[in-house]
Design a binder for this molecule. Structure first.
Ligand code: PLP
Length: 313
């Protein structure tokens, strides 16, 4: 009985939100069951990469997501992970010429995985697509941090044109429920493989309450997403310049600073708080009910959604 009910509801319940989510992001197919961005990544990789094949990803030291580094998803799933050639750190850009070279040096990667946790600049996706087409690789874009900005058309608006898969969390700049992930694709075979890797492969229940909450967030996004995303990026840039004027060490060349919701500070800047570090700053803010991480990343999405625009204040 229980099993039948669970299975029955699975299809019915998700169908509507699948359509809403895919149209919001401009893809043909969407999977809304993954319970987080990490699980979405695991499912997408399981669906597309076989054991002993290669992937390339942006490594942690370049701002990438730890999950794609050796010891984590690649080891669990049984494939090799290679580093996408480091940026010009100052400009936060991939070295595309070096990428092209290293793609031809290793046996061709099954997937080139883009996306970062420290994420201030979109990619030249046309260039990556050309490189991937030459090596027969898929392009997977982990937009966990920037899903809300992508939905609002403010960051990497060409993702559905050039990438085979867009995946991400529902709870970062996309202000949906905690505990959600989505996978989007235009390729029906990829979508079928994704679906086949959900129930009893990577998860069991998908927790319908938060899928309902995702639906509410999608409706808000459809109405206000453009304005939200535009203001988030404008606020981030404004806050970066205000902080910089007040003696904080803000990363990346002024007056650009960032193209996303993130302002990245120096981890141990002399001017923060006397004798302080970003850990100390996070404690002071926490005592004042402002929760940030301890990695010197400031995100402007939530305050912007609540209507704050005076970054000087
Ligand atoms: C946060 C993050 C994840 C993990 O997402 P969860 O929803 O927390 O599981 C995956 N990839 C990137 C790039 C992230 O920043």
């Amino acid at each position: 009985m229980m099993l039948t009910a669970a299975r029955g509801s699975q299809g019915r319940y998700c169908t509507r939100w699948r359509g809403e989510v895919s149209s919001l992001f401009g893809f043909r197919f969407a999977e809304v069951r993954p319970i987080g961005g990490h699980i979405a990544a695991e499912i997408a990789l399981l669906a597309t990469v076989r054991r002993r094949e290669n992937i390339m990803a942006i490594y942690e030291e370049d701002g990438g997501y730890t999950g794609y580094v050796r010891g984590f998803l690649p080891d669990i799933l049984g494939f090799q992970s290679y580093r996408i050639p480091p940026y010009s750190r100052e400009r936060q850009e991939i070295d595309y010429t070096a990428l092209e070279k290293s793609v031809s040096n290793i046996s061709p990667p099954r997937a080139i995985v883009l996306g970062q946790s420290f994420f201030v600049r979109p990619y030249d996706l046309k260039r990556v697509r050309e490189i991937a087409d030459r090596s027969g690789s898929l392009v997977i874009y982990d937009g966990s941090h920037v899903m809300g900005l992508i939905a609002g058309g403010e960051f990497q608006p060409d993702v559905s044109r050039y990438c085979d898969i867009l995946l991400g969390s529902t709870h970062k700049t996309f202000f949906g429920p905690q505990g959600g992930g989505v996978i989007l694709t235009n390729d029906e075979d990829v979508f079928e493989n994704v679906r086949a890797n959900v129930t009893w492969r990577t998860m069991d229940n998908y927790h319908p309450n938060r899928v309902a909450a995702l639906g509410v967030a999608v409706e808000e996004m459809k109405r206000h997403g453009k304005e939200y995303a535009r203001k988030v990026v404008a606020n981030a840039r404004k806050m970066a310049s205000e902080l910089s004027e007040r003696g904080f060490t803000v990363k990346y060349a002024p007056p650009w600073f960032t193209s996303s919701h993130q302002v990245i500070l120096d981890r141990d800047p002399p001017a923060y708080v006397k004798g302080g570090s970003c850990v100390r700053v996070s404690r002071v803010l926490e005592e004042n009910m402002i929760i940030i991480d301890r990695e010197a990343r400031v995100g402007l999405s939530e305050v912007t959604r609540m209507g704050l625009s005076d970054m000087g204040r």
